[in-house]
Design a protein around this ligand. Sequence first.
Ligand SMILES: [Zn+2]
Length: 176
Amino acid sequence: MINRRSFVGLAIGFSLVSGINTTSVQAEAILMAAHRTDESFMRQALEEARRGDFPFGAVIVCDGKVMASGHNVGIRKNDPTAHGEITAIRNFISKYPSNNLKQATIYTTGEPCPMCMGAIIWSGFKRVVYAASIKELSSRIGQIMITSHTIADAAPESKIEITGGILASEALELFK
Ligand SMILES: [Zn+2]
C-alpha cells in the first residue's frame, strides 16, 4: 500500500510538496493497487466514452456486475454538468436506492474533476478507478487542475479508495 499523500506530491511536483507536508493528515483515502477485474470494467467505460459528446465514460459496479453506465452528454442535453460520472450516477439512482452506492466502485475514463469527485464522495462510493489523470487529460482538453486525491483528502469522513492509470493510454487515444 502506497501512502497517497506522497504519491500526490510526486505526481504534481515539488511546488506543492511543502504545502502537502504541512497539512495535517485527516482523510484516510488511500491509493490502492489495481484489482484483477479493473481492466475489463475500464474497457466497458471506454466503450461508453466512445458514445460521449466529449470522450468520457463511466460504469458503476456492484458485486462484480455493471449496474449503470453513462457518458458525457453535455452538448445533447445542453447541460455542462452532464459529465460521464454524473450521468452514470443519475442512471444508477433512477433504478436503485442511492444507499447501494456505498458498496459500489465507479470506473471512469478520466480522473474525476472536482465536481464529479464531490458527487462521488457525497454518494459514498467505496472505490473510484480512473484511466487518464487530470494532468494527462489537460494536454488534450481543459481541466480544473485539482486532483481527485486532493478532494478526497479534504473530506475527512470519506474512506474512498482511489486507483489510477488503468488503460490510461487508451483513454487518451479517444481525443485524437
Ligand atoms: Zn467531471
